[in-house]
Design a binder for this molecule. Sequence first.
Ligand code: NAP
Length: 477
Amino acid sequence: METRNLIGGTWIDAEDGSTISVHNPATDDELAVVPEHGAAETRQAIDAAWNAQADWAALPAANRSVYLSRLGASMRRDTERLATLMTMEQGKPLAEARGEIAYAISFLEWAAEEGKRVYGDIVPASSADKRILALRQPVGIAAIITPWNFPAAMITRKLGPALACGCTTVIKPAEATPLSAIAIGELACEVGIPAGVVNIVTGDAAAIGETLLDDDRVRKLSFTGSTNVGRLLMKQASKNLLRLSLELGGHAPFIVFDDANLDLVVDAAVACKFRNAGQTCICANRFYVQAGVYDEFNARFAAVISELSVGNGLQEGVHIGPLISDAAVSKVEEHVEDATSLGANVLAGAKRVRIDGLADRFYAPTLLAGMTPDMKLCREETFGPVAPVARFETEAEVIKLANASEYGLAAYFFTRDGARLWRVAEALEYGIIGANDGAPSTAQAPFGGVKHSGFGREGGKYVMDEYTELKYVSWRI
Ligand code: NAP
């Protein structure tokens, strides 16, 4: 298994030999060391991308599509290996890791097809001797910065469309989960993607980010991560007026109306909240349940939650793996203590789970009734397996509560009333709405947020706009 970085088709260590250790969050075992790159290696990666850019952009879309399809096929062939690697470096249960690899492949496959349909326009002119053409061309080098919670899919969701549109790339994965990124880089080499088209740098985030954003050959930044880092990168990106896609944090309301199908709701709530131990940008953060079903929902939700098994994600049957770091566990504890001190009622969990031979990084799936707006977990991302629930009476009241957030990524609601489906979907100030659906993410749909959750869309035909410039040609004939 390769553990160095891919730059210009070559695998390299850091110039000064420094490394970063990658650990399994479930066991604390060291899995590998990867290079600690900084400004110098990032410049080399930009040089490599720059040298490859013109040829890659000139390649017919159909040829680029073949590379993407091959990359997807290699990932599919290697699903078990990649999923195991992901569980080891990130902690999510193996079944979820397999699911993420399939999800990651779906972005490559979608981009392979959609890249062939990046059309321009011929616009009717206002004089007989003119023609107006609108052409789509690649923006140029795309910098890709990704988080640890989806170590493969957050890369391919950007890499697929960037390559399909004719952009070369420099990828900076999260420090906690570089191995999935490097494994994708290895497969990119195996399928013959030309040197310099895919480059990977791991290491000093601030130095890598500054170098990428300071270099005017880089023309696009696609970032997924926290709102605070997104804000900082947006400031730095102003120097070269970069094209930006910012997929940032979220704080999703999950609304259950009295008339909802509770069987469907409980299943969706469990999947939406506890996938990846609650470390998901679109996972439900706040549950609002209408008075008529409040007690029943809580009882049924608590019963299912209490059956979820917590442990090492490599072990068959485990539903909830470790949190990514000690700091993540402390944050969850802080949120739960704050909520209970302000009157929340513990219906399940609310404690660490200590397992012999494993790291002290497991937290029990938790249900808290009586959430109020002054609680931290009602405002900040908890990023852990904690479901706080509040009771509401009317539709107008819950819309107000749901929209009272600086974030605007995903929101969910459940009802059988057709008119309400329209009203509520339109009234929620979020980029993604799950209407009777707790799992809306899919490659062909536009994924992204509003407000402090960022801007830009990934997925579907929409993402192609993010990696192309629209050029206007006024043609006198
Ligand atoms: P993060 O701390 O913002 O880190 C994200 C990436 O940015 C990592 O690669 C990180 O590198 C890098 N980074 C940190 N500081 C940087 C700097 N000064 N310059 C350049 N890069 C820098 O976020 P995270 O904790 O990894 O991920 C969790 C967050 O991501 C949550 O807020 C979650 O909601 C959000 N998220 C959003 C989406 C979405 O689609 N909207 C999807 C998934 C996650 P290091 O790891 O080396 O520090």
